[in-house]
Design a protein around this ligand. Structure first.
Ligand code: HEM
Length: 508
């Protein structure tokens, strides 16, 4: 009996000791984190705890809170040992070609499988650079039949055709369509067509054929919280972490596993038929010596990074145009004149689009205010520390993009930075325009970390709004709730119902 009481006592003593150790550990680490960055501004809770970020994401306050961080200045503490900036010069400096900043472990948190790293999740700089070099040609369109532009054009033609077939409204019939989904179908077929030479078929009938869209809607919120909490990353990502047991698998009946299975089977066939080279990105990856597992990782990354980012910007362009009558009319007028004067092909070429001032202003204003990326992409301050924007940052500090803050930075974009006004790129001094363009440029990341799909995205953005407005007119169906937006590490949209009708030029 005495023996049992002793055992109970010692068990509760052990529990008590463990709890006390945890509290001491937490207090010491929280104090140390605060002490190291005590000279920097930021929300008080964020200086001691990751709760500020977790709360921001879970309560859907990413957009408002990250934009309002501008009140604190260029560098703001958002979590222990973690700073974000809305200053494009700081971002340019840390990502410059010769910079010694490395990626933080945050990037590894975006892994879907424990044993595959892609260029997007690889935190070792040398290993990242090797993958970047092997994928550079394919991403530049050097391996694509007819080049990147022809591949985008093919999907644009299918998008216009799908709208004519299924979604065109007339005075006698309202065919309301969720443009949030339609825009994702378009970018999904662009990227799958580029990677595999044949689109997955989202634009055949406007359906989420592999279930990717629905899966990402569920996964992104969890992924966004997981990325920001180091403790969670530490139990998920390592070799024997939870991802190994609970991550998506090709044997799954739904979700990401289904897409992975499809991707992996296509790649297996490619490797079995290596003697029959193909003119697409995957063919290029294989010719550049990438292993099967590397090809699998890069294919999923391309779909992940290349789908909703661009789709989100495209639907923002349509939404902001519909909500801004003068911009809608002015854009239409430029389209009408360009077509009548024979200045543009069908579809418009990238080069032609770049010569149309208002088309460019709409594109850049949408890229600014409707950008899909919000914050993150942390790099680590090298040992010895660094001084940025006048603040000393100790070595080991994570510093990341506050893209929302940057795109709403009033010092760069003007006092009315919170509204959509394409004219800001036209009615301004040359130096102001240069400042705005330089700020937008770093949204893609800089140096070795620059977005690999930037050229693809810019081609899509240059053409899509122009072609849609050339053929059709758009109207918001639900004016009280035009769209449901959720912001995580990137933005998600649902229920953006629009009425699309044949373009009516009589009032332009
Ligand atoms: C509006 C559209 C897009 C935006 C705003 C965007 C933005 C970004 C950003 C901020 C990064 C990370 C930079 C960093 O780590 O510092 C990135 C990386 C990446 N993006 Fe994009 N992106 C877009 C479209 C695309 C498209 C269409 C593709 C594919 C065709 C793509 C493929 C990638 C890849 C593969 C990476 C990883 C690059 C690396 O690890 O070096 N992105 N993108």
């Amino acid at each position: 009996m005495d023996f049992l009481i002793d055992a109970e006592l010692s068990n509760s003593t052990i529990l008590g000791l463990a709890a006390a150790s945890f509290v001491i550990w937490y207090v010491v680490t929280a104090f140390t984190a605060w002490y190291r960055l005590r000279h920097l501004p930021g929300p008080t809770l964020a200086k001691f705890s990751f709760l500020w970020q977790a709360h921001t994401i879970v309560t859907q306050q990413v957009s408002s809170r990250y934009i309002n961080l501008r009140e604190y200045g260029p560098l703001v503490v958002v979590a222990p040992g973690t700073v974000v900036t809305n200053d494009p010069d700081v971002l340019r400096e840390i990502s410059a070609a010769r910079s010694t900043y490395k990626r933080s472990f945050w990037y590894a948190g975006a892994k879907f499988t424990h044993d595959t790293d892609s260029m997007g999740t690889q935190v070792d700089t040398a290993a990242h650079d090797i993958l970047k070099a092997k994928t550079a040609g394919p991403y530049a369109g050097r391996e694509t039949e007819g080049g990147l532009e022809r591949a985008v054009d093919a999907q644009l033609v299918r998008l216009v055709d799908l709208i004519r077939r299924k979604y065109l409204s007339t005075p006698n019939e309202l065919r309301s369509i969720d443009f949030a989904k339609l825009s994702r179908c378009f970018t999904m077929d662009v990227i799958s067509g580029l990677v595999f030479g044949k689109p997955w078929g989202h634009l055949d009938e406007g359906e989420d054929v592999l279930g990717w869209i629905g899966t990402m809607d569920k996964l992104l919120p969890m992924m966004s919280v997981g990325l920001e909490l180091p403790a969670l990353r530490d139990i998920m990502i390592p070799k024997y972490g939870l991802l190994r047991w609970f991550g998506p698998k090709t044997s799954d009946r739904s979700g990401l596993g289904v897409v992975m299975k499809h991707v992996n089977e296509t790649i297996r066939e490619r490797f079995q038929n290596k003697d029959k080279p193909t003119k697409d990105m995957m063919g290029g990856f294989i010719r550049n010596g990438m292993t099967r597992s590397e090809c699998e990782g890069e294919a999923i990354l391309a779909v992940l990074a290349g789908n909703d980012t661009t789709a989100s910007t495209i639907r923002s362009s349509m939404l902001y145009l519909m909500a801004t009558p003068h911009a809608y009319a002015r854009f239409k007028k430029e389209i009408k004149e360009a077509v009548e004067q024979g200045k543009v092909s069908s579809p418009i070429t990238n080069e032609e689009a770049q010569k149309l001032p208002y088309t460019q202003a709409v594109m850049y204003e949408t890229f600014r205010i409707g950008n899909a990326v919000t914050f993150g992409h942390y790099k680590v301050v090298p040992r010895g520390g660094d001084t940025l924007a006048g603040y000393y940052l100790p070595g080991g500090t994570n510093i990341g993009h506050n893209t929302l803050g940057l795109t709403h930075n009033k010092k760069i974009f003007g006092e009315d930075a919170d509204i959509f006004r394409p004219e800001r790129f036209l009615d301004c001094r040359a130096d102001q325009k240069t400042g705005m363009m330089r700020a937008l440029e770093i949204i893609w990341g800089g140096g070795r970390w620059t977005c690999a799909g930037k050229n693809v995205a810019l081609i899509e953005l240059n053409k899509t709004a122009f072609e849609l407005m050339r053929h059709f007119d758009f109207q918001v169906v639900n004016v009280h709730n035009p769209v449901k937006e959720r912001a995580y590490i990137s933005k998600l949209h649902d229920d953006m119902f629009v009425r699309i009708s044949e373009a009516d030029w009589s009032c332009i």
